[in-house]
Design a protein around this ligand. Structure first.
Ligand code: B12
Ligand code: SF4
Length: 450
């Protein structure tokens, strides 16, 4: 039997106008390593984002270097940066990892593709004979663009599975099943981190017009609570103190999913904090769940409202109503959360969304005395809202992913005045600060806006 293949796993740079580490982890790439763990353990791990100035509770700020804006973004009046380690360090690490049988590169936001291209270019420079395979969210959401421009030898456009083995075999890799499967945190891939992601489910039963979840995971699949609980204990034993849920639909079916998990967890709680940076479904936030969350130490709680307009709530997927949302806020406050600890995502730049609707949303959340997180809409190909923008002729069907950047799209396409956006951001900032200072012993609220 020949030696197991030696693989490099690469998490590329972010290229953007702004980026902060809000418990970000290359969970997709770690899952690839888990999937391949029966066939090889010979992984070289190169994380371009492993250059972070630590902040509160595991969050942080990436090291950044200003770089030239891609021509398409030349008119955006902001600085553009590459976030993470230096290209020289990348070269050095890759050089040290040679010889390699294949290089597997992941991707996240599609508009970060310049970072992906740069990483792949350097892979070819340092290891010209080694095949480079690109996977991850950009590869799945923009497969043609990735195939045409990334420079990868192959683009893998699905969730990890048997097809990856077939693909690797086409590059001559010998994949004998020789080990038992292993979790990523036992493969040494996440060492040095004090936080970790938790994914208790994939997919979501809703199909919101702006969201990629139905495209990425058409089925809603939930893991067994006992399995997740074992993972939490294992991560804690490795020194993890902060856990961030990455689920699209953490609260859906809470009575048979999150609630039994937390009930069991609370029998033997650990000194860890939980965070939900990806907005929760407020309509599914029941009183018992709120109470369990408070007891279990959910510190960062974010709800998704998106818009206060009842007609748009229905038209875009019906995941929330204002009364349902108010009920969720009340449950959280009754469970002991202060307004400053309840973050709420409010979107702007949705198709046909007027500026007065956005202002009405801010006013509504101010009245409810909760923390506001403005989130600019980022269009995703294949979603109903993308199709409606394209059908109206306001967006090219082959729009370059760079222009879907949340910092760019609204500014360029939504038709709001830059001054009114700036004024609203100041209003929201002042509101959030007032709430923070009004709290009794307010927790160190995460101030990074996403
Ligand atoms: C958790 C999450 C976050 C977290 C951080 C995520 C992180 N890792 O850093 C937070 C809450 C901070 C976040 C923020 C935002 N997010 Co977000 N987020 C997600 C979410 C829910 C999960 C991502 C994830 O890690 N999934 C789990 C892993 C396991 O999946 P995966 O990476 O796809 O990997 C699988 C496969 O792709 C494959 N694979 C992966 N890599 C590789 C490599 C190879 C070689 C191979 C073969 C296979 C392979 O194997 C894995 C297992 O099957 C997704 C939605 C979703 N369901 O994916 C949105 C999503 C990625 N986010 C999105 C958006 C828009 C945002 C925001 C811009 C929102 C906003 N307006 O503010 C911000 C941007 C923040 C920033 N600047 O960083 C969009 C992406 C849009 C785009 N154009 O790319 C998504 C798709 C949600 C949506 N609206 O539809 N997000
Ligand atoms: S409820 Fe949330 S995760 Fe589900 S489709 Fe809508 S936006 Fe996406």
């Amino acid at each position: 039997m020949s030696a197991p293949p030696r693989l490099a796993l690469v998490n590329p740079w972010i290229a953007d106008f702004a980026a902060a580490n809000l418990w970000s982890s290359p969970l997709g790439l770690w899952q690839v390593a888990e999937f391949l763990s029966p066939y090889t353990r010979d992984f070289a791990w190169i994380d371009c984002l492993a250059a972070v100035r630590p902040g509160v509770w595991g969050t942080g700020r990436y090291a950044k270097t200003q770089i030239a804006k891609p021509a398409l973004l030349a008119d955006v009046p902001r600085r553009y940066s590459r976030y993470g380690i230096s290209p020289d360090l990348f070269r050095e690490r890759l050089q040290r990892a040679l010889p390699l049988d294949a290089i597997l590169v992941t991707s996240l936001m599609s508009y970060w593709y310049p970072g992906v291209q740069e990483a792949i270019r350097l892979c070819h420079e340092v290891a010209p004979q080694t095949p480079v395979i690109l996977g991850g969210l950009y590869a799945r959401l923009n497969p043609e663009h990735a195939a045409r421009t990334s420079g990868a030898d192959a683009v893998y456009t699905e969730a990890v599975g048997e097809k990856l083995l077939d693909l690797l075999r086409t590059f001559g890799l010998d994949l004998d099943n020789r080990f038992s499967p292993e979790r990523y945190f036992n493969l040494g891939l996440a060492s040095g981190q004090t936080y970790a992601p938790l994914l208790t489910s994939t997919g979501c039963p809703y199909a919101c017009a702006y969201c990629a979840s139905p495209l990425l995971y058409p089925e809603h699949h939930r893991r067994e609570p006992a399995e997740v609980l074992a993972e939490i204990h294992a991560l804690h034993a490795l020194g993890i103190t902060d856990l961030a849920f990455y689920d699209d639909a953490l609260l859906v079916d809470a009575p048979t999913h999150l609630e039994p998990l937390l009930e069991e967890y609370l029998r033997r709680p650990l000194p860890v904090r939980f965070h939900t940076p990806n907005g929760l479904h407020a309509a599914h936030l029941r009183r018992p769940t709120a109470e369990q969350m408070k007891k279990a130490g959910f510190k960062t709680v974010r709800l998704s409202l998106e818009t206060v307009d009842a007609a748009r709530q229905q038209a875009t997927g019906g995941k929330i109503t204002n009364p349902g949302f108010e009920q969720a806020v009340e449950h959280l406050k009754n469970a002991g959360y202060q307004g400053a600890e309840i973050g709420v995502y409010l979107m702007y730049g949705l198709a046909d969304q007027t500026w007065s609707e956005v202002i009405a949303g801010v006013d509504y959340l101010q009245r409810l005395k909760v923390r506001i997180h403005l989130a600019e809409y980022s269009p995703i190909p294949g979603t109903p809202m993308w199709k409606s923008w394209a059908a109206s002729g306001r967006l090219a069907a082959d729009l370059d992913p760079l222009l879907t950047n949340n910092s760019v799209f609204t500014w360029k396409y939504a038709g709001y005045l830059p001054e009114e956006i700036a004024t609203l951001k100041l209003k929201v900032k002042a509101h959030n600060q007032r709430l923070f200072w009004a709290g009794v012993n307010p927790a160190p609220t995460i101030l990074i806006q996403t």
